[in-house]
Design a protein around this ligand. Structure first.
Ligand SMILES: Cc1cc2nc3c(=O)[nH]c(=O)nc-3n(C[C@H](O)[C@H](O)[C@H](O)COP(=O)(O)OP(=O)(O)OC[C@H]3O[C@@H](n4cnc5c(N)ncnc54)[C@H](O)[C@@H]3O)c2cc1C
Length: 458
């Protein structure tokens, strides 16, 4: 497994728990930065901003250059993200003609349920302000974010809303494994996979991953061998690894590899509600799902309270995230002439909004203003579009679409043209939909783990 974020963690934990014959190596380029979710360590949203600016890193050229980033660490971006863990909306599985999923919500149902049981934490807000905001947003069909049934809010209103994060799950796995009689998991941290190499006798088979020390790039590289390889390095990096691999199929112009990159179009504003006593009587965490199945309405809005450090008054952070249409031209390429410190060609990203994307964004901004006026208060910072990549919700690039011609991987998540290379992260999504990705990544990861074992038995 390459990558230890929410996608890699899900596949590893399911393989380990449900399939005792499997041994797993997780290769992660980052070190342990935290051993649990950032918010579980008592940090506030403002503390997290500082942590993000210290540790996020954008290794990409092109349109994601200004807003996109990875968090090289055990647990990946899952150690800071995940206040909202939604299922992929049922409508979005089949809404886009060229982005139809090969799975339905029913196919993923048991995996969604398991993901919710494991991940959802005490994130539910209760109290006067939550009730008040809820009532005033009723016409938008406002909802509480998904939470475990026993949840109550923890900590003060300035704290975030943690879930059981990828790093915590990997740590649990390592501890359980260390105590078992037959250890089966290796976590190889601070190690970057620089290339996937094919077998000399079978050019469709990956035989080993060439690895380099992340902190000592001058140290000698080494190879890790395996029967099955899973890329879960994030959609841009997984595509980059495949594009840089020796697989013949990658060179075909027809291949969808690298194409259909998408992310959520993000906008954010801050609403000063210090003059509304009802909105200062406790934390608020609410979301507004898409208003209809029409393409122009495929966006969601999250409303979160934050305490201003200066005077402890409450402000509301409103974030809109809109779907992007699946588009062949949006893609990951290998940047000509640019290499990283290991000498590996870097990724360049092309991501443009279509005119329906722009129309959707405009509707989303209008609705954000309507939401604000329903709550009262005044903007301390009006909603602005954030740079491309800033949602950190990339998808596509190695997609499993309904039509094989528009796919890079088959229904088993196996890369077309490769016999033992599987896509384990959001790269496999044929369309990005509206929901934040972690829960769906986890459900898809559990499904892939089961499928891998069935394939090995067949
Ligand atoms: C501030 C913030 C808030 C967010 N909020 C939410 C939210 O509320 N809800 C939600 O669903 N999502 C949220 N997200 C997004 C979510 O964190 C990501 O969608 C998710 O982490 C993606 O999981 P992943 O495992 O595919 O990738 P990542 O989490 O990016 O993990 C990929 C891992 O692969 C490693 N890697 C990459 N290349 C290599 C290589 N060549 N060799 C070895 N290792 C490699 C990376 O170091 C990384 O650890 C948020 C993200 C951020 C940053």
């Amino acid at each position: 497994m390459i990558g230890s974020g929410p996608a890699g963690a899900a596949i590893a934990e399911r393989l380990y728990e449900a399939h005792p014959s499997v041994s797993i190596a997780i290769i992660e380029q980052g070190p342990f930065l935290l051993d649990r979710h950032f918010y579980d360590s008592g940090g506030t949203i403002q503390d997290r901003d500082k942590f993000l600016s210290d540790h996020l890193h954008c290794p990409w050229d092109g349109d994601l250059r200004d807003g996109g980033a990875l968090l090289p660490a055990v647990g990946g971006r899952g150690i800071v993200g995940g206040s909202q863990l939604h299922r992929f909306y049922e409508t979005d599985f089949s809404l886009w003609d060229n982005g139809e999923w090969r799975f339905t919500e029913a196919d993923l149902l048991p995996y969604f349920t398991e993901a919710e049981n494991r991940l959802l934490g005490p994130i539910r807000c209760v109290g006067t302000s939550q009730d008040y905001a809820f009532l005033h947003l009723a016409r938008f069909h406002a909802r509480h974010p998904p939470s475990a049934s026993t949840s109550v809010v923890q900590g003060g209103p300035n704290l975030g809303f943690p879930h059981r994060s990828s790093v915590e799950r990997i740590r649990t796995l390592m501890t359980r494994d260390a105590l078992s009689r037959t250890p089966r998991v290796s976590l190889i941290a601070d190690t970057t996979v620089v290339r996937l190499l094919t077998s000399k006798v079978n050019p469709a088979r990956i035989s080993r991953a060439r690895c380099a020390s992340s902190s000592r790039p001058d140290a000698e590289s080494f190879d890790i061998h395996g029967d099955t390889f899973i890329v879960a390095a994030s959609p841009v990096e997984s595509a980059r690894l495949v594009l840089n691999s020796e697989l013949d199929f990658v060179k075909s112009n027809q291949s969808a590899i690298g194409h259909y990159l998408a992310e959520h179009i993000y906008c954010r504003g801050y609403l000063d509600v210090s003059k509304s006593p009802e909105l200062n009587l406790g934390p608020i965490n609410i979301f507004i799902p898409p208003l209809s199945a029409a393409l122009k309405d495929r966006f969601q809005i999250e409303i979160r309270s934050i305490r201003r450090p200066a005077d402890r008054s409450q402000i509301l952070r409103l974030t809109g995230s809109a779907a992007m249409d699946p588009n062949w031209d949006n893609r990951v390429e290998i940047a000509p002439g640019r290499v990283d410190r290991h000498g590996t060609p870097m990724a360049s990203t092309i991501l443009k909004a279509s005119s329906p994307d722009e129309e959707r964004t405009k509707t989303m901004l209008d609705v954000l203003h309507e939401v604000a006026s329903s709550l009262g208060g005044k903007w301390s910072s009006r909603p602005l579009l954030l740079p491309r990549g800033a949602s950190y919700h990339e998808a596509g690039t190695l997609r499993i679409a309904l039509s094989e011609n528009e796919s890079a991987a088959d229904a088993d998540s196996r890369l077309l043209g490769a016999s033992n290379l599987f896509v384990g992260d959001g790269a496999a999504f044929p369309s990005i939909g509206v929901a934040n990705p972690i829960l769906t990544l986890t459900a898809m990861g559990y499904r892939l783990a089961d499928r891998l074992v069935e394939l090995a038995r067949a």
